[in-house]
Design a protein around this ligand. Structure first.
Ligand code: ADP
Length: 246
């Protein structure tokens, strides 16, 4: 008792270490057009995460051997700033950021109508300024809004959320302590209109029943998160219409 491994993450009332109920999301806020030079951008604040996504393109892919004659190449780069975590993170790419960049690129490619832009490249930069667990999902959710805000044709947005297992309970949207001391972490992203899964990773162990419960929770949450993404885009377009009319 009392050691780090004994940290109690769920109390007698079933509430979590940050006071949330099992299916409660952390607060999420998304704002578009936060950078003037990018074709599209978005800032997401999701719990303690603060992440910017910036989109450039479609523009001619360079060097030329990177071009695909049938479609645009989608290149996302996920980067965690040295100051984004408690202990300074070693700057620059590492295996984790390369893996996350790859899965985010693939997820976004499923949503973007890449076949409309042969030989082009779409660059997406995801900068994690403050990290608090769930950054790949928060970064991807912001990146989808930034791509839409750049006016790039998409089949749908990409919306994600994480569920996990903590003290034997399945809970939604893990915070840092739950991510560190929990038993499993399951980030999922989908195209919300079709429900097609475009990212799914798992760290830890769950039974089949727990997995079903976790995916059910994520799918419910995705509807709410998708609405926040759409509201952010609606705000952008309503604001621009307002300016034109003035
Ligand atoms: P995700 O952020 O998508 O949940 P991980 O599960 O790999 O990805 O990381 C969980 C959390 O652990 C991160 O959000 C961050 O708060 C912290 N973290 C990840 N990498 C580092 C690092 N190199 N140094 C300090 N903290 C880190």
């Amino acid at each position: 008792m009392g050691t780090v491994s004994d940290i109690k993450l769920i109390d007698e009332k079933g509430l979590r270490i940050d006071g949330r109920s099992p299916e409660e999301l952390r607060p999420i806020k998304i704002e578009t057009d936060v950078l003037n030079r990018a074709d599209g951008s978005a800032l997401i604040e999701w719990g303690g995460n603060k992440i910017i996504a910036a989109v450039y393109g479609p523009r001619e892919a360079y060097p030329k051997h990177n071009q695909d004659i049938n479609k645009a190449v989608v290149k996302a780069r996920y980067n965690m700033e040295a100051y984004s975590v408690d202990e300074r993170k070693r700057p620059g790419p590492d295996r984790r950021s390369m893996e996350i960049s790859k899965v985010i690129s693939e997820a976004l490619e499923s949503a973007i109508m890449v076949e409309q832009f042969p030989r082009a490249q779409i660059d997406i930069f995801i900068e994690v300024m403050q990290a608090d667990a769930g950054t790949r999902i928060a970064g991807l959710t912001a990146a989808a809004v930034a791509v839409a805000s750049a006016g790039i044709p998409m089949r749908d947005l990409v919306t994600g959320c994480t569920a996990g297992k903590v003290d034997g309970h399945i809970v939604l949207d893990l915070c840092k302590e739950e991510d560190n001391f929990g038993q499993a972490d399951l980030p999922i992203a989908v195209l919300p209109k079709s429900g097609k899964v475009v990212l799914m990773q798992m760290d830890g162990d769950m039974s089949v029943e727990e997995f079903d419960q976790a995916t059910g929770m994520v799918m419910n949450a995705i509807k709410r998160i998708n609405q926040i993404q759409r509201d952010a885009l609606k705000n952008k377009f309503e604001t621009s219409t307002g300016e034109v009319g003035e």
